[in-house]
Design a protein around this ligand. Structure first.
Ligand SMILES: Nc1ncnc2c1ncn2[C@@H]1O[C@H](COP(=O)(O)OP(=O)(O)OP(=O)(O)O)[C@@H](O)[C@H]1O
Length: 245
């Protein structure tokens, strides 16, 4: 269960983030506030190009050129990350790719459990070139989870997978989050996926991104079946038309 009453795990207040280029200035994020509680699964939803990836990069500490504040400093949190593109090193095996994400002192830790959970035992000595997209995403997720991070950040990790592969990966992420009390912040365009996974939806405006609204989902996942998801989807579409189109 998320600890939403206590101090947040991460708190961001992004007053302004602009990109400057030959074509002029693009304001990607403006007055966006976001908190993530320990153990909470938050889905970030917004129209294409509104500033979601920009926001994630700031929360991860990868972009420090913005007005505002992220507390604590993301570099002190050892956040696990998986993007849409698995970004595996092609000249390293599956196991080496995962180990390389571990801090030097823990690089030789036993990964049998993690590889088994992700169905990767038979693939541990193979190279990324031999993997389907679904398997490569599994490796990327296993790598993000290898050091038991307090927060996992995901940018559309299940997009372009067939329903079965996407469903398996969603279940793996949810189980990992629940087993370790980990928080998850996930960007997705898939509202039904978000309704199944999240404790809270954060809905963003068109660019520059700010929070239009938040929806707490406290229904147990057991009741989040087809009809419940369709009903919630309908309600959301009525309340947040700009986000849902
Ligand atoms: N490096 C950059 N230089 C200039 N403009 C950028 C840069 N990165 C992003 N932008 C612009 O900032 C805006 C927000 O981009 P961002 O990638 O954060 O949106 P997004 O919501 O993640 O998009 P999508 O839904 O398509 O993934 C867009 O208009 C984009 O073109």
């Amino acid at each position: 269960m998320p600890d939403v009453g206590g101090p947040p795990l991460l708190e961001a207040r992004i007053t302004r983030k602009c990109y400057h280029g030959p074509g002029g200035t693009v304001e990607a994020v403006g007055n966006l506030s976001l908190t993530i509680a320990p153990g909470e699964f938050v889905c970030l939803i917004g129209p294409s190009g509104c500033g979601k990836t920009t926001t994630l990069r700031i929360l991860l500490g990868l972009d420090r050129d913005f007005e505002g504040q992220v507390t604590p400093d993301p570099r002190d949190l050892a956040i696990g990350v998986a993007f849409q593109e698995p970004r595996l090193l092609p000249w390293r095996t599956v196991e080496q790719n995962i180990r390389l994400a571990l801090p030097a002192g823990r690089r030789q830790r036993n990964l049998d459990h993690l590889l088994a959970d992700f169905g990767l035992v038979a693939w541990r000595a193979r190279y990324p070139g031999a993997l389907s997209l679904g398997l490569a995403r599994r490796v990327s997720l296993a790598r993000a989870l290898a050091d038991d991070p307090p927060l996992l950040v995901l940018d559309e990790p299940f997009v372009s997978l067939d329903d079965r592969a996407a469903g398996e990966l969603r279940a793996l992420v949810l189980a990992a989050a629940q087993d370790h009390g980990m928080s998850v912040l996930m960007v997705t365009h898939n509202i039904r996926e978000a309704l199944w996974l999240a404790d809270r939806l954060v809905l963003l405006s068109p660019r520059p991104a700010h929070v239009l609204g938040e929806v707490v989902l406290d229904a147990p996942r057991l009741v989040r079946t087809g009809p419940w998801i369709e009903q919630q989807h309908h309600k959301l579409a009525a309340s947040f038309q700009t986000v849902m189109t």
